[in-house]
Design a protein around this ligand. Sequence first.
Ligand code: ADP
Ligand code: MG
Length: 445
Amino acid sequence: MLSEDKAKDIWQQVLKQLRTEAGETVFENWLQFLNLESFEKGKIIISVQSKFHKEWIEPRYGNRLKTLWKSYGQNIENVSLAVNENITSNLPRRFLKEENSILSFSSPLDPNYTFEKFIVGPSNNFVAAAAERISESDEVSFNPLVIYGGVGLGKTHMMHAIAWKIRSNNPKRKVVYLSAEKFMYQFVRALREQDTMSFKEQFRSADVLMIDDVQFIAGKNSTQEEFFHTFNALVDQSKQIIVSSDRSPADLEGIEERLRSRLGWGIVAEIHQTTYELRLGILQSKVDDIKNCDIPKNVLEFLAHKITSNIRELEGALKRLVAHSQLVGRPVSLDTAYDVLHDLIRANNRKVTVEEIQKKVAEHFSIRLSDMSSARRARAVARPRQIAMYLSKQLTSRSLPEIGRNFGGRDHTTVMHAVSRIESLMLEDSSVADDLELLKRNLDN
Ligand code: ADP
Ligand code: MG
């Protein structure tokens, strides 16, 4: 049997050896916090203070740890790594201080959102290249990086991948990742607790600041102002800023001009709608991760063909199929795919465009299609035009400026006005509501 003293003794030797082999930097950043957790019946458990540490250490030093233990001690069956978050309490002050400050603003990262699991295709290869470039070097070559694109196309995945990569390349860099919503929440809290000084100081001590879904701060003026100042302070110190947004900076409404123009200083990279090949590639890589489930190739092709809206829905469809097949104990086939997913497939078929809306509305009111973009203000054309703008806002994912551009280069405020005008008319005038109902039904088919 291994006595406590003996175990501790071996552990010291193992650590010493690791230190020599791994070098001071790696030891200081990662390995010095390894802790001998328990050693019963030849089963050694070594703990680390976070999942993040475990995921970094395990593939690099896991096997070496085992070999070293076995070479120093007899009857050692098994050596494993576990997470024990309490270890932080034993950390040196230097580390503790950091944990309590800026890093506590950072949101946890999803271990699945890595570069390895991000499939690259024509719609996202530019973003992927810019992201890899940023993650590989400590030097700032462009600032900021703005990643934009529609929902479920991989913005958050890409942000996490960058954060993981920077952290593993250089654990000393303070990478702070959070959503714009959380940024606002922290800011409001600092205001309430009259502690904006330390809020400012802390954010300004980040080496890399990543803000997800920045469109959230549109129209929120004091948060925007604070973000703008943080942004400038960090850029001045050559610190990296990365933001994501659901639309391009040019199309962000409710964002002050000066911030909008700052966002365009570096690289603005779009994640486009997916292609069939990318969808198929992603499905294939996900299927490889699922155990005990065979999915025929033609089903994957069917999904990639039918579920085109975004990758989140595509993944959701695959999960539903797998869950269904496990529940009923039948293999996945084209028939079951169609059965289980018909609602999703129907929703994906329906993709109305602004042009279709304009055409249908013009027909409905017997006006010329060209009047949708003409300057005529007569009520007989202005009202249908407003209705078409309203429907474009409701039924497509176009932004107000994009819609405005489709209506003869009108300003987004004109579209906004049209939307609220039609909303109130619908309440006042039932014939307007009926027209809209009819139009919507027509457009749905
Ligand atoms: P967004 O933040 O743009 O709304 P997410 O990053 O949350 O989208 O992505 C939605 C889902 O799709 C996630 O599960 C993500 O892992 C997956 N996904 C997106 N793009 C890719 C890709 N290129 N390769 C693999 N998975 C992807
Ligand atoms: Mg997201």
